[in-house]
Design a protein around this ligand. Structure first.
Ligand code: NI
Length: 189
């Protein structure tokens, strides 16, 4: 069971990587990759946010969850540093939870204090599912039998750069350095 699940995740990630590499090749026309789309969520400050809220402004979008031990903090720290460095030219930073059961607006408000240039977003299970589907994000709850409340989440950990219309421009791994992010964002925008 565990082996099959792991294999499934590996196959899925490999397929995602192939898919993204295919579409992010230099041949891909700008803004025509089918990543991104309609969503409606609530921000950590209680505002309703959808795909049109930041019309005209590029966005840096990352999906994860606040209980993530290292992957999400690494990605978000790199994003935060890059956004600070880019200042006035920075895209809107967005962190969309894949764990709305624990990541309430209140929980996100606390967590985003660590990443003040990034907007935390949550919603109902269905709203999160819709957002993840639009961005081709895989996520799955991983049960913890010994301590059910301490479950974890598998999730795609790519940082997406979207243009002012919410269309895909580029993606980066969560391991990208702030300097790499800054350089590639400047290049893409
Ligand atoms: Ni994570």
């Amino acid at each position: 069971m565990f082996r099959n699940l792991t294999l499934g995740v590996v196959v899925f990630l490999a397929a995602t990587a192939l898919y993204l590499n295919f579409f992010s090749s230099s041949e891909a026309p700008k803004g025509e990759v089918p990543i991104g789309g309609e969503f409606r969520l609530i921000s950590h400050t209680g505002e309703s946010v959808d795909n049109h809220t930041y019309q005209g402004k590029p966005r840096l979008v990352y999906f994860g969850f606040t209980h993530c031990p290292d992957v999400c903090p690494m990605g978000l720290a790199a994003m935060q540093a890059a956004l600070e460095e880019l200042r006035g030219d920075a895209p809107i930073g967005m962190f969309i939870t894949v764990d709305p059961a624990r990541d309430t607006q209140e929980q996100l408000a606390l967590y985003m204090q660590n990443f003040p240039n990034i907007i935390g977003l949550t919603g109902t299970e269905q709203q999160v599912k819709d957002a993840a589907k639009a961005y081709r994000i895989y996520y799955k709850k991983v049960e913890n039998e010994e301590s059910p409340e301490d479950y974890t989440m598998d999730h795609t950990s790519l940082i997406y750069l979207m243009d002012g219309e919410g269309k895909y421009l580029a993606h980066f791994p969560h391991t990208a350095s702030p300097q790499e992010l800054v350089a590639r964002i400047k290049q893409a925008l």
